[in-house]
Design a protein around this ligand. Sequence first.
Ligand code: C5P
Length: 270
Amino acid sequence: MKIKANCKINIGLDVLRKREDGYHDLSTVMVPVEGLYDVVEVVPVEGEENEFHSLGLVVDCPAEQNLCIKAARLMQQRYDVGKVSITLDKRVPFGAGLGGGSSDATAVLVAMNEIFSLSLDEPTLIALAAELGSDTAFFVRNSPQLCEGRGEIMTPIDLNLKGLWLVLVKPDEGVSTREAYAGVKPAVPARSLVERLADPITQWQGSVKNDFEPSVFAAHPVIADVKQQLLDAGAVYASMSGSGSTVFGLFDSKEKAEQLRPLTEYIYEL
Ligand code: C5P
């Protein structure tokens, strides 16, 4: 079974507080980007071991530690299912804040649910996904969601971005999730993210913020420059996604979005 494991962007990301368990409580809206995806193929095998094959972008991670293999093992621990061969065709940049690895892992859960006819319901898949990471649960729903808690408590949100053009720019410098959290200063904003997102999109800049930006931009000025370039090109709204380093811009016309073509191949109509 082959699945298109699309990536996501974060529109607004409030880091509210540090928790006792070392994680942070967040309030963020995640939106799927259908146009940019990895292809994950999962097939059952007779052998003693799971197999992992990778194509496309080179991931600097041993197969053993790949989240896809961890997802397969989790299913095999919990359910009476056989071994699998996973082929990952990697197209989504990593270290990017786009949730590519999380999406791949969730794709493996969803594929194994199908292949082995487990008939697991959505809450069960969400709980399994949340054991593998913080962004993974989102991809079970894969529609615009307000994500709270560690990221796994989801509420659907009606965010109408139809007609806008999305430009993603992945600067060469990556940012690790660990690095991003190390620099963040948690704070509870006066107005909730949902309230601020209800304002016209033309008022989002300066109000709908990503709390990772100040420290990440200080350490990587190149990323701040990319955001400024998107705004200078006429983006209605621009922000870093997740813990970076990808920066995205929303544009009200294809022409404006296409001006960024020399900088990126990732341009999509929403
Ligand atoms: O859960 P995930 O593997 O995506 O997170 C990687 C790291 O990011 C965690 O080990 C934790 O240090 C940090 N993190 C956090 N609060 C979150 C999500 C992640 O502190 N809500």
